[in-house]
Each structure stands twice: as structure tokens, then as C-alpha cells.
Design a protein around this ligand. Sequence first.
Ligand code: GDP
Ligand code: MG
Length: 457
Amino acid sequence: KNRSVSNLRAAVICVLGHVDTGKTKILDKLRRTSVQAGEAGGITQQIGATNVPIENIKEQTKIVRGISQTEFRIPGLLIIDTPGHASFSNLRSRGSSLCDMAILVVDIMHGLEEQTIESLNLLKAKKTPFVVALNKIDRLYDWSTMSRKDVRDIISSQGPNTQNEFQTRTKQVILQFAEQGMNAALFYENPDPKTYVSLVPTSAITGEGMGNLLALLVTNCQSMLAKRLMFSEELQATVLEVKAITGLGTTIDCILVNGRLREGDTVVMATSDGGSIVTQIRSLLMPQPMKELRVKNDYIEHKEVVAAQGVKIAAKDLEKVIAGLNILVARSPDEVEICKEEVVKDLARELGRIKLQDRGVLVQASTLGSLEALLEFLKDSKIPYSSVKIGPVVKRDVMKASSMLERENQYGTILAFDVKVERDAQELADQLGVKIFQADIIYHLFDQFTAHREQLK
Ligand code: GDP
Ligand code: MG
């Protein structure tokens, strides 16, 4: 109803890539530019996201050659702030990603790295279109910085040695993409944006190429995703994070991708015990605009929030909510039961997708996203898992692990990723000889487990 190309929502953009490639810096740069751009169309920092309105994008893309032919039709970009696998995986809905397009950041000096390839596989699995920011071009030999220019002109104005190095490194990256089964090309040499991923040379330090990156994101969104970006009243919202905030209690940060949320709405969400909660939105919160003094925990309350935006929800009973799943709104009392069934099914479906082995460790994590990231890692490391759960380790989990102990000693193990272990569960584990490894970094869990396995040999 009422969906049309003349009423598009902001596109939701994720930033992915290997550690230290410049993901955070790119967002920083975007925000800082906006402060200079002044009042109109200022970038606002939202909950878990940065909202870049189209007026601001117009300003930042003025330097892009040929941009005057572009008609800007989307109201802006909503860039997810907490870059990383978990947050990307958490943006899911009905099995597909809520993220409309992604920026995959590659350090031009390093090429494709371990986590770049992991990110690529996630993007492929979710069929998310993306562009590559070929970042840190300012580190090329003898680079001379020329901000406020189209990056194509900046590159062609460099000395011959610098241009050479740029070409060599770019070719190398294109080759590495080919090894991953993907066509890639510099955005201005891309023969077909539908089958070739575009590389945009950028520097998050000097700002060079940032205008080109924004322009490409907007034109790609408009040409490839116009249908998907039509504003719809049908609610699409995902929990990004569950957070305790002083004075507010447990709140949830969510990305509202479509539709609207209102104060007082009855929301229904899945919980870590496999059930659901029904609660009323007490307040819809967004941070103060940037130019005002930032006071800690100082949020502005909104009566209504319209997609696409990041928003914090304060309500009762949010403690057990699982990040990474949908929020449903019951518009009438009869809808409550239907919504409850749906969110429970949603969770079961997500967990049901995971292929388990007969013999293997038990895995517990705090969110679907972190669970997915851990499982991906275990798969690569050839560590089988026989059971998965979201939520803290309780006695029942230890019992389950002890039955695995009888089959194969090493698998009587629980890997607890970013979750609590209840005291009586730990006591029981000690009695039964079940090992519980607890960490908030995947590698640490892996190291603990492999050390334990070596010991058993
Ligand atoms: P992240 O781990 O991907 O979020 O990477 P960061 O944004 O934290 O950046 C990692 C390091 O690289 C920091 O020291 C940044 O200052 C630096 N860095 C990021 N982008 C650039 C760039 O374009 N050029 C240069 N020279 N350094 C950069
Ligand atoms: Mg970072």
C-alpha cells in the first residue's frame, strides 16, 4: 500500500573488513566533514548508526565528475556504526540481511586479508551488494594530497612512480578477488556494475575519494535497489544490541528499516529461554544532535520514529531479548498471540538452520550474530559442534555436555562466548568433569580448547 519510487527510505549500509583497514576512520571522516558543512543537512549520530542525509551527500559529492547528471532520490544513508561481523549478522530479517548495501574496506597496502575473505563470504551468503573502499591511498609512495577533487583526477595528477604503485597494487587486489571467484574493477573502469564489484580508492585521513564513495553508494542503491528501498508501512525492525543504561534499565538498540514505531506500541520479541516477551514501548530515544553539548546518557524522546533510523527502546522486561531478531508490533490485543508464535518460530528457524554434528563441543553465545561468527570460525578450524544455544550456561547445559563426555572426552566441553556461567552450573561441571571455556574473543576460546585437547592426547 502506498509504496512508490517517489517515497524511498534511507538505505542501510554496513561497513565490513579486516581489522585496522580503516572502517572506524571512514565513519569519523564522514562525521567530521558534516560539522564543517554546518547546519543544513547535518549528519546525526543515531543509535548504532550514523544518518547521512541527502543534502549532506550532495555537498560532499559536488567534486565528483558528472554528478550533476545524477538525480538524488533516496533521502540519505543510514550507516551502521559498530562495524564487525556480529553487527552485520545481527541485521537479519526472514533469513536475509536487513543491510541493503555494504562497504567492504580493503587496505591497499595489504590487499585481501583473513577477515576480508570472511566478510566476503558473509556478503555472498546474504547476497548483499557491496562496493570496496580501497583505503589508505595516501600511504602510496610519494603521494601528494589534493583534497576537494575527484579521486580520478587526484590519481592521474600523481607522479609516475606513485601511479605505477597504485596500478600494481590495484591489479594485485583485483587478482585476489578473482581468486575468490569475483570480478572486480576500479569504479571508473567497471564494465558492468551488476557482475563486477567496484573499487573506490579512498583515504580516510585526507578525505580523498570519500565523495566518490558516497556518490557510488547512492547511484548503486538507486539503480539496483529502488524497489527494495520503497518506504513501506509494514514494520521491519531488528534488535542490534541489548544494553543496560544507568537510569533507564535494560534497553534495546534497534535498526528500524521500514515502517514506524510509536511510544506506547505493544512490541513482541524472542527471548534467550526460547520464549517471548510482550511489553509496551515506554520511550523511543535518540541522541542529541551533534552540535549540542553531549551530556552522558542524554537522549531526546520521540513520540514516533519513521524508517530508516536507529533508535533506542526503553521498556520493561527487556533483559532476555535476543539481538539479531525481529521486533513485532501487535496493533490489537488479538495480534499478541500471533506475534508471540511468530517470534518463537523465527528463533527456532534461525537455530534450525545450523547443521550440528553427532559428536562435538557445545557452543553458547550471547547473540545470534556472535554465535554465527563463532560457528563460522569453528567450521574453518574443523572443530565439530553438537549443540548450540543463546544465553547463559545453566545446569541443564552441563548435563548435556556430560553425555558427550561418555562418547568422546574432548567434546565434553562448553565454549561460552560472551555469556555468563551460572555458579551451580560451574560446580556441576567440576563434579562431572565437563570443561567450560569462557571468553569474549573467539581466538581465546579456540586457544583454550586446543590446549585442552592436546592435554588429553
Ligand atoms: P578499523 O579497525 O578497520 O576500524 O580501523 P581504524 O579506523 O581504527 O584504523 C586503523 C588505523 O589505520 C588507525 O591508526 C587509523 O588512523 C589508520 N587509518 C585509517 N584509514 C587510513 C587512511 O586512509 N590512511 C592512513 N594513512 N591511515 C589510515
Ligand atoms: Mg574500528
